[in-house]
Design a protein around this ligand. Structure first.
Ligand code: 0X9
Ligand code: ZN
Length: 306
């Protein structure tokens, strides 16, 4: 199996980030956007094609919000590798990189990810200590400022969906929010990669309200789901989060949407529960190829690109 068909420790991923930048100095820049509660760096890879455009748009992908969802960071690595290898070979990738800068955050929750490698494979939250010293961690996908800590999140630090002390109380969420705020005029597309369940989701998760461009978002994910079905014979559900999965306020996708990024998605990758978070390495390539197809499909279809 290749490097990309295995899971990698945090240390290995940091090493890989450095290598990507060294091996592709023309297309990759590494940005430090902040650091975690335990002071692990939050690195973002900025991928750019060779074509210079005055009005360059951008797309954002984050992976590893939830520590135990190992397929998620694996996808970010897969995506970067694929983009660099197939630029000028695959027309979708070339079009994507020539029209947009792509920001990739491979591990939003490095402390939690590391903890799943050393201590508890099923850890979800980050590793911050706040009110209750007996219960550690905040759910980073409940810590953003979108109907923060209402139904679907918990104010109790011992819970898996603990929302934190206040919106963006967690350094990992604050770093991402600050970066997107300062790039909100260029970032048109937002993807957050999770597992599991095989779902292509869009806002809102924080309310049962429909977003103004609901119909357009349905079309984008429906098309992506059809392509996955055709190529990989696999079924993905799609729709607004609140009706497709559950109410879950404080998520990064809803927050990004409200910031003005009107093409905002959360993808839940394979599988549907057979292995769940423990997806074996032999299934990494299929899961990543499906998600890649969905990202490409959405990215080349949004109107700002035409
Ligand atoms: O609950 C979540 O945060 C996500 N599911 S997971 O099993 N990966 O934890 C769903 C996120 C959907 N979007 C928002 N809640 N904003
Ligand atoms: Zn998740």
């Amino acid at each position: 199996a290749s490097y990309y068909e295995r899971y990698h420790s945090l240390e290995e991923i940091y090493f890989w980030i450095n290598e990507m930048a060294q091996d592709h100095p023309d297309m990759v820049k590494v940005l430090l956007i902040g650091s975690s509660f335990e002071k692990n760096p939050l690195y973002v890879l900025k991928l750019s094609g060779r074509q210079e455009r005055a009005e360059k748009r951008a797309m954002w992908i984050d992976c590893g919000i939830h520590a135990r969802e190992w397929i998620s960071p694996a996808f970010c690595l897969w995506f970067v590798q694929y983009s660099l290898n197939f630029y000028n070979q695959n027309s979708d990738i070339t079009e994507m990189l020539d029209s947009m800068d792509i920001y990739v955050l491979p591990v939003m929750n490095p402390d939690g990810y590391q903890y799943t490698w050393t201590t508890n494979r099923m850890w979800r939250k980050n590793r911050s200590v706040s009110q209750d010293i007996n219960c550690i961690g905040t759910d980073l996908n409940r810590n953003f400022d979108a109907n923060w800590c209402t139904v679907g999140a918990s104010p109790r630090p011992c819970d898996e969906i603990y929302c934190g002390l206040f919106p963006e109380s967690e350094p990992e969420a604050a770093a991402v929010a600050n970066f997107l705020r300062s790039h909100k005029d260029v970032v048109k597309l937002y993807f957050s990669i999770h597992s599991y369940g095989q779902m292509l989701l869009f806002p809102y998760a924080c309310s049962n309200e429909q977003v103004p461009n609901h119909a357009e978002l349905v079309e984008l994910v429906q098309e992506a789901a059809m392509k996955i079905k055709r190529h990989y014979k696999n079924n993905y559900k799609y729709g607004a989060s609140a009706e497709t999965i559950y109410l879950a306020p404080g998520g990064s996708d809803d927050w990004a949407y409200n910031l003005g990024i009107l093409y905002s998605f959360t993808f839940e990758l394979e599988d549907r529960g057979r292995y769940g978070f423990l997806l074996p390495p032999s299934l990494i390539s299929k899961a990543c190829n499906e998600a890649l197809l969905a990202v490409k499909s959405v990215a080349i279809s949004i109107p700002t690109l035409q």
